[in-house]
Design a protein around this ligand. Structure first.
Ligand code: SAJ
Length: 401
């Protein structure tokens, strides 16, 4: 069995490596020659604990080879980005161009799978493209959708142990895809059709977005009402059927803040809560910016000098070094721009340098600042003592006060 992975990014590369480790001969394809070069040299171009050793091993044993072009295989996996175009409209052009690259290579009995997060109907759309170019393959190849669900940082474990949803364009396609994934997935492989599988991925992340929006909304209500939101949520969660998530400074990352738009773009009238949750989570970041600016003005009025401000955290969630789509980074940038680069120290303990921000050590920044703004709940910050002599804006529950 030889498999071709189109896209060697945060999901495609780890999946290709795990498949190779389980005896599948893998041909990995990326349009970026540097990614191909690094991969063939056994160097991981993404950040994922434990993955590089595995890559080195599969490359050494000749189980994984990367190139910029696909070659004849038995199974083809589309693991490319689905970004936005215009106003949050999903853009499936990468899926389409990856599909067109493998189209001439397809032969009877092959499996074609889309893993990329995709709007409902994409798998059928790609099947139409394949059959219009290769009508002789109709009913002779297997086409399915199988989204990934892994949490960055825990990919090695989750790729193998998470349950997966697999939806073919017909029953034999679902069977064939299940047969492939069962080579390395120990979680249950749940069968469905391709439209449900596409919607399932979008639903999982929208559900989390809606739940976080609820927590964020509560945090804004509670500030008005003079209630400690952290304690409130802790108490409400004592109810056996209530499980509220934690408020923060907004929702970031490349999935939860993105995928709900794939539903709202296609179903704007029906998807009311999903759309509103996106608005609330985006608004929460602007609300935080206003709070910081107001605290700085108040300090200046009271003390007749500009404050030293520490912005604690740039990553999009705790204990990672990933700044993509980070609300913390957005807040730091907005505050710096509106305050004409006043004395603002930027802290991110998980990275050593940044091309825009000059970074300060977290303990030094905490010590020197008059106003401390907690944006990302990194573990290091939780070791700091509460200080009555500082203005502390704790948007992510470091002190839960
Ligand atoms: N967040 C909160 N409050 C919370 C939990 C999270 O504000 O109580 C914020 C985080 O700070 C972050 C954002 O939400 O800014 C997203 O973080 P996350 O940990 O919820 O999710 P991701 O983006 O790292 O990964 C998600 C996962 N999906 C779900 O948990 C439903 C993961 O399983 C998916 O594979 C991934 O999206 C993806 O690729 O779709």
């Amino acid at each position: 069995m030889k498999a071709c992975f189109m896209g060697l990014g945060y999901i495609g590369l780890p999946t290709a490596i795990i498949a190779a480790k389980h005896g599948v001969k893998v041909h990995g394809v990326d349009i970026n020659p540097r990614v191909v070069e690094l991969t063939n040299a056994g160097h991981l171009h993404i950040i994922e604990p434990g993955m590089e050793e595995m890559l080195k091993e599969v490359v050494r044993f000749g189980m994984l080879h990367a190139a910029t072009e696909p070659e004849v295989c038995d199974a083809y996996f589309m693991v490319v980005p689905t970004p936005f175009k215009g106003d949050h409209e999903p853009d499936v052009s990468y899926v389409e161009s990856a599909t067109r690259m493998v189209l001439p290579l397809l032969k009877e009995g092959d499996l074609y799978v889309i893993e990329s997060t995709s709007p409902v109907g994409t798998t059928e759309q790609m099947a139409d493209i394949i059959y219009s170019e290769r009508p002789e393959l109709k009913g002779k190849i297997y086409i399915a959708y199988c989204p990934e669900r892994v949490l960055p940082g825990n990919v090695i474990y989750e790729l193998v142990h998470n349950d997966r949803v697999i939806g073919g364009i017909d029953e034999p396609s679902t069977d064939k895809a299940i047969e492939f994934y069962s080579q390395f997935v120990q979680g249950t492989l749940h069968r469905t059709n391709c439209r449900t599988a596409e919607m399932c991925k979008l639903t999982e992340n929208s559900s989390r977005d809606v739940q976080i929006a609820f927590a964020n909304e509560l945090s804004m209500v509670c500030e008005r009402a003079g209630i400690n939101v952290w304690r409130l949520i802790e108490l409400a969660n004592k109810h056996p059927r209530v499980n509220i998530l934690q408020p923060g400074c907004g929702v970031g990352g490349h999935c939860i803040a993105v995928d709900p738009y794939f539903i709202t773009a296609a179903f704007p009238k029906e998807a009311q809560i999903i759309g509103k949750a996106r608005e609330i989570n985006n608004y929460k970041s602007e609300w935080c910016v206003e709070r910081v600016k107001n605290a700085m003005l108040r300090f200046e009025l009271d003390n007749k000098r500009k404050p030293h401000v520490a912005m604690m955290g740039l990553a999009f969630k705790p204990n990672i070094d990933d700044l993509r789509e980070s609300p913390a980074k957005h807040i730091v940038t907005s505050v710096m721009q509106s305050c004409n680069n006043a004395d603002i120290m930027v802290v991110e303990p998980n990275i050593t340098e940044h091309k825009v921000f000059k970074l300060t050590d977290y303990a030094t920044a905490y010590e020197q600042a008059d106003i401390v703004v907690f944006l990302t709940a990194h573990d290091q910050f939780k070791t700091l003592p509460w200080r009555d002599d500082k203005v502390i804006l704790d948007f992510c529950g470091i002190f839960k006060r």
